[in-house]
Ligand binder design. Structure first.
Ligand code: 4AD
Ligand code: MG
Length: 431
C-alpha cells in the first residue's frame, strides 16, 4: 500500500492506495456512500458499498463531516464520468481530526463573509485555481527575465522618500532618523541596479495608502519592475509586449485546467501576441471625444476612459506620451514636445484597465534636479538617486507590472481581492 497524491492516480489503476486529505463533500444513496476527498492536487470520489467494507468503515464514511482531515484507502478505478477520470473503490477510512460546523457550506455566501473567512475560503476549488494561476504567472515572470540576462535585485521596503508621489505613502517612525515610508515602487533602486548589471528587475510587495475603493485597488500589492540601461521608450514597449505575450501564452498552455474551473472564456487571451497596438495619448483622447465622453485634454485617464479605449482593440493596447503634468517626476519629457512625458501605460482588454506603467527616465542631472524641486521633493533624500546621473548616466527605461491586476485579468475576476491570498484594502487588514 502506497501513500500517493490524487493527481497521480492514473498510474495506480487496479491497485490499492492510501490518500490523505480533507472531506470536500459527500452524498449518500442507501447502501452507497460517496465521499469526495481533496488533497490539494485534485479531487476524487471514494465509493463505500455496504457489505464490501467493515460496518465501522461504512459508519465512519456516513458520519464524517465537511473539511475533516481523513486518510482513505481503496482500489483505483478508471471512471471517465468522474472528476479527474478516476474513482476509488474505497476499503477504509480513518479520521485524523473532525471538523465541526465548517462555516463555508456549498450554499451561496456573501463576499464579505467569505473575505472574513479567507483563511478557509482558500480551500475552495475556485480559489485554489486562481492561486495556482497566480503562482504560474510569478514563475513565468521570473523565467522571462532570468532567461534574458536580467539580474534579480531585491529592493528595500522601508524607504526615506516617495517614488510615485507623496499622496499615497504609508508612514512610520524610524528610531532617531525621523519618518520612513513603505515603498510604493522599487524603481529608483532598480535604476541603480540597471547601472550595475545593465538589465535588472525587482519583484516584491509595494504599498500605497490609496483612498480608492475600486475593484482594481489594493493597499499592498506585488509589482515586477524591469529596468534597462541604454534603452529608450520604444525598447521599453518592445520588452513589455514580449513579456505580456509570454505570460499569457504560458498560462494558457500550463494552466488550462484551472482556467476551465474558472469558466474563463479565453478568446481574448489567445489574441495576446505581438505586435500590440500602440497609440499616443492624443489618439486615445480622440477616441474618447468620438465616443462622446466628457474628457478634458490634459487629464489623466480614469478607469472608465481606459475601458472605452481598450474596447476598441482585440488585445492589450499601449498608450504612450501622456501629459507630463499627470506623470511622475523621474520621467523624461518628449524632446519633440516638452509638455509630454515619454511614458507608456498598457491597458488590458475586457475592462481590466492599466496593468503596466512605465517610461524612459530623465538621465540629465540638471533637468532631474529641477524636476525634484518642482515636485517639492526633499533633495537630500534623492542625492543618491542624483548620483546615478553624476556618474556615468545613460538613457534608460523600465516599467512596472501589477501582479494582482494581471492575475485578475487572466482569470477573469470581478475584483482584485481574489487574486492575492490575503488582500489588504482601505477597509480590510484581516485575516
Ligand atoms: O503605474 P505605477 O504607479 O508605476 C510605478 O510604480 C512605476 N514606478 C513602475 C516603473 O516604471 N518601474 O504602477 C505600476 C502598476 C500599475 O500599472 C498597476 O498594474 C499596478 O502597478 N498598481 C496597482 N495594483 C493594485 N492596486 C493598486 N493600488 C495599484 N497601483 C498600481
Ligand atoms: Mg500608472
Amino acid at each position: 500500500m502506497k501513500n500517493i497524491f490524487i493527481k497521480d492516480l492514473g498510474a495506480y489503476v487496479g491497485k490499492e492506495v492510501t490518500l490523505s486529505g480533507w472531506l470536500y463533500n459527500k452524498r449518500s444513496s442507501g447502501k452507497i456512500k460517496f465521499v469526495i476527498l481533496r488533497d490539494g492536487t485534485g479531487y476524487v470520489q471514494c465509493v463505500y458499498f455496504k457489505g464490501n467494507v467493515t460496518d465501522e468503515a461504512f459508519e465512519t464514511a456516513d458520519k464524517v463531516t465537511q473539511e475533516s482531515s481523513i486518510i482513505i484507502t481503496g482500489i483505483v478505478k478508471a471512471e471517465p464520468r468522474a472528476v479527474g477520470g478516476y474513482e476509488l473503490d474505497a476499503t477504509g477510512i480513518e479520521i485524523i481530526s473532525e471538523a465541526h460546523d465548517y462555516p463555508i457550506t456549498p450554499k451561496e455566501h456573501g463576499v464579505e463573509f467569505l473575505m472574513d473567512k479567507r483563511h478557509l475560503w482558500l480551500r475552495s476549488s475556485r480559489q485554489v485555481a486562481i492561486l495556482r494561476i497566480r503562482h504560474r504567472i510569478e514563475k513565468a515572470i521570473r523565467d522571462f527575465f532570468d532567461s534574458r540576462d536580467f539580474t534579480l535585485m531585491d529592493t528595500p521596503i522601508i524607504t526615506p522618500a516617495a517614488c510615485e508621489g507623496t499622496s499615497t505613502l504609508f508612514e512610520t517612525e524610524y528610531f532617531d532618523l525621523g519618518k520612513a515610508y513603505l515603498s510604493q515602487s522599487g524603481q529608483l533602486y532598480a535604476e541603480a541596479g540597471a547601472m550595475a548589471f545593465g538589465k535588472a528587475y525587482t519583484f516584491g510587495p509595494v504599498f500605497r495608502a490609496e483612498k480608492s475603493k475600486t475593484r482594481r485597488h489594493l493597499t499592498e500589492f506585488w509589482m515586477v519592475e524591469p529596468e534597462v540601461a541604454f534603452a529608450n521608450l520604444d525598447d521599453d514597449m518592445d520588452l513589455a509586449e514580449e513579456f505580456l505575450e509570454y505570460i499569457v501564452q504560458t498560462v494558457l498552455t500550463e494552466r488550462a485546467e484551472e482556467l476551465k474551473v474558472l469558466e474563463r472564456d479565453t478568446t481574448m487571451l489567445q489574441n495576446v501576441k505581438r505586435p500590440l497596438p500602440r497609440i499616443s495619448y492624443d489618439e486615445a483622447v480622440a477616441i474618447l471625444i468620438k465616443k462622446g465622453l466628457p474628457f478634458e485634454y490634459g487629464d489623466d485617464l480614469g478607469g472608465t476612459d481606459e475601458t472605452v479605449i481598450s474596447n476598441e482593440f482585440d488585445r492589450p493596447v499601449m498608450v504612450h506620451r501622456y501629459p507630463s503634468d499627470v506623470k511622475a517626476f523621474y520621467m523624461k519629457h518628449d524632446p519633440e514636445n516638452d509638455k509630454l512625458a515619454l511614458a507608456v501605460d498598457v491597458l488590458a482588454p475586457e475592462g481590466y484597465g492599466e496593468i503596466i506603467g512605465g517610461s524612459q527616465r530623465e538621465e540629465d542631472y540638471d533637468v532631474l534636479l529641477s524636476r525634484i524641486k518642482e515636485h517639492n521633493l526633499p533633495q537630500e533624500a534623492f542625492e543618491w538617486y542624483l548620483d546615478l546621473r553624476r556618474f556615468g548616466s545613460v538613457p534608460h527605461s523600465g516599467f512596472g507590472l501589477g501582479l494582482e491586476r494581471t492575475v485578475s485579468w487572466i482569470c477573469g475576476l470581478e475584483h482584485v481581492r481574489e487574486s492575492i491570498p490575503f488582500a489588504r484594502m482601505i477597509y480590510r487588514n484581516t485575516p
